[in-house]
Structure formats: C-alpha cells, structure tokens
Design a protein around this ligand. Structure first.
Ligand code: ADE
Length: 250
C-alpha cells in the first residue's frame, strides 16, 4: 500500500478509451490500482464532440492530408482537470523525450492528466492546455494512446506501493548505467553455466560483479551514457581495465 497516502491519480483524455481497459487492469499496474496506490480515470474526448455527430476533428487550414483535432473538445475535456489541479501532459512527437529521469519526476506528481493526440495533430491553440509535452521517441505512431500507456507504465511502476523499491533501484538508466545481466536456475543451461559468484552467497562479491558487468554492458552497448553516469574512482579504474581488454581483443 501507499503508506497511508492517497492514490496517485492518473486521468487520460482519449478518443479510444477501450485501448486502456486491459493494460490498466493487468499485471503490475493493475495490482497497483487494486491495492489503492494508483487510480485511473479515462475520459472519452468524443463526449465533448461538436454537433449531432460529436465531431472532434476537421480539415487543416491551408490544406494538406489528414485531419486536425479541434481545440474546443480538448478544452472542454481538459479544463476541468486543470481546475482540479492536474499536471497536464500532452503526448506528442515534438515533445521532450521520455527518460528514466522524467519518469521519476512525474512519479512524484499526485494528480496527472495525459492527453492523447490523434490524426495529423492537434490545433496549435490547444497546446496551452498542457504543462508539458512528452515524446516516447523519434518515430510517429498513429496516435498518443500507446505513447500514453508507455508513459503511464514507466511512471506508475515508480509510485510507492506499486513494486518493491529494491526492484527499481538497480534498473537500467538509474545512475546512468545499463543494468547488469540476470541469471536464475538451472545452474547450467545448454552448456552455459550461470556465474559461480552469483551462487556463492558472498554479497560483497555479488555486488562487485554486478557493478563491473553493468559497466561492461554500458561500455559495449551504450557508451554515450557514460558521459553523464555517476561513477566512482573505482568505476573509472574498472572501465579503464575493460577498455584495455577490448583494445587488446581487437
Ligand atoms: N504521438 C504520435 N507519435 C508519438 C510519439 N513518438 N511520442 C508521443 N506521442 C506521439
């Protein structure tokens, strides 16, 4: 549970509420909601559509392909959430990139509202509804629903009471490194043995092995991360050794 605290409340504004039904009820996030650490409200943007057809979009001024979400339904849906104190995030490929750091920052917000864009885009005058715009990466999806689910999953797992904090303390990207490799039973699988040190019961040796392997993996796969990583003098010495090993191998 959330140590006597109220649930973190995440509201979603979307044209496709059904896309959220299963993901928010399933697995870690679903359990977090059942336990009362998380609360979700999904709002159908169509409820604020205009006219008999509940229209939410229109042709772009100036011409061009695709449709643009009109500002009025977005304002009608989001203004009450803002008035209730929600921190409003618009999912948009032009937004700031979602990172572990941003997910941690957003996990401390008690009331979030996530707007899912659709079609070719949203009317520019609706952007002022958002406190920030977030992109999940440099590629374009058909709408903001899947990006919103990515953001919600990344944020919700960090909310106290959702998972054991120990299991995200060593996540990849925390401290700026990729995570060390994991092993479980059996001891030997298809001729490959799980490292003996992990089965030794020596916690100090396990911690040293994991740190070294996290450094090795980051150096090999994402050396760009090392520039901003939090590294001790010992880490630097390990990296120097790893770099020398790779240089002598090639
Ligand atoms: N909507 C469409 N593509 C997106 C992306 N990459 N990030 C956030 N929202 C989006």
């Amino acid at each position: 549970m959330n140590a006597g605290q109220e649930a973190v409340w995440i509201e979603i504004v979307t044209l496709f509420p059904e896309l959220f039904e299963v993901p928010l009820r399933t697995s870690v996030i679903g359990r977090g909601a059942e336990r009362g650490a998380l609360r979700f409200s999904v709002h159908d943007l169509r409820a604020h559509g205009l006219g008999r057809h509940r229209s939410v979009d229109d042709y772009p001024y100036g011409g061009g392909a695709g449709m643009v979400l009109r500002p009025e339904p977005l304002h009608a849906a989001v203004e009450p959430l803002r008035a209730a104190g929600a921190h409003v995030v618009l999912m948009d490929p032009a937004g700031e990139r979602l990172t572990d750091r941003l997910a941690r920052e957003l996990s401390r917000v008690r009331h979030l509202a996530v707007i899912c864009g659709r079609y070719e885009g949203i009317d520019e005058r609706a952007r002022s509804l958002a406190d920030r715009e977030v992109s999940i990466g440099d590629y374009v999806l058909t709408g903001g629903e899947i990006p919103a689910l990515v953001l919600i999953d990344a944020v919700a797992r960090l909310v106290p009471g959702v998972i054991d904090p120990e299991s995200h303390g060593a996540d990849s990207f925390v401290g700026g490194l990729l995570e060390h490799p994991h092993y479980t039973r059996p001891d030997v699988f298809r001729g490959v043995e799980a490292p003996a040190v992990l089965r030794s019961g020596d916690h100090g040796a396990v911690a040293r092995w994991r740190r070294r392997e996290a450094l090795r993996r980051t150096l090999l796969r994402r050396p760009d991360l090392l520039a901003d990583a939090v590294l001790s003098a010992e880490d630097e010495a390990i990296l120097e050794g790893l770099r020398a090993d790779t240089a002598s191998e090639s």
